[in-house]
Design a protein. Structure first.
Length: 175
């Protein structure tokens, strides 16, 4: 760690904090009793911050995670398991990375990337997954490996060049 850098990311569960949240996740949140919703907001600003979030829930306690990275070289990791989970990932700047491991059912996942060379890698295991991906700028990359069924996408790409989305899907038969 260089002088002047902070190794302590801001992690808060304050429901009043101003974060970017897409309509798909807002609709899910509004359907739920706020007392039963596990919500975490992670904001990283500056350079080379690191953060890890582990969140588990039962079917009656869904997760909502907002991750916002702004700056250069920030890295965050999320491990999320349960039912009716939602994740908003926003990356603004250069060279930010996110690794997500999601397991469960009824997953709503939104990714917004602006700037240059931001990376999202996700491993998703479960059923009924819905993804909304928006990339603007240059050189962003999103890689996903999905195991399950009921997968839907909405992808919007604007900007210069070098946008890349890779998705590997494996349908699992139930007995």
């Amino acid at each position: 760690m260089a002088i002047g850098q902070s190794s302590d990311p801001v992690i808060t569960s304050d429901p009043n904090i101003d974060v970017i949240e897409l309509d798909e996740n807002k609709a899910l949140r509004e359907q739920l009793d706020m007392n039963d919703l596990n919500r975490i907001t992670l904001q990283q600003m500056g350079k080379q911050n690191r953060a890890t979030v582990l969140q588990l829930s039962g079917a009656d306690n869904p997760n909502l995670v907002n991750i916002y990275q702004e700056g250069m070289g920030n890295h965050s990791m999320l491990v999320q398991a349960g039912k009716r989970n939602a994740t908003d990932i926003s990356q603004v700047g250069v060279g930010n990375t996110f690794l997500g491991i999601h397991a469960g059912e009824d997953i709503i996942n939104t990714v917004i990337q602006t700037g240059e060379d931001n990376m999202v890698r996700q491993f998703l295991m479960g059923n009924d997954m819905d993804f909304h991906i928006y990339q603007d700028g240059e050189g962003h990359e999103l890689n996903q490996i999905q195991v399950g069924n009921g997968i839907g996408y909405k992808v919007t790409q604007t900007g210069e060049k070098g946008m890349n989305i890779t998705s590997i899907q494996d349908y699992v038969l139930r007995r």
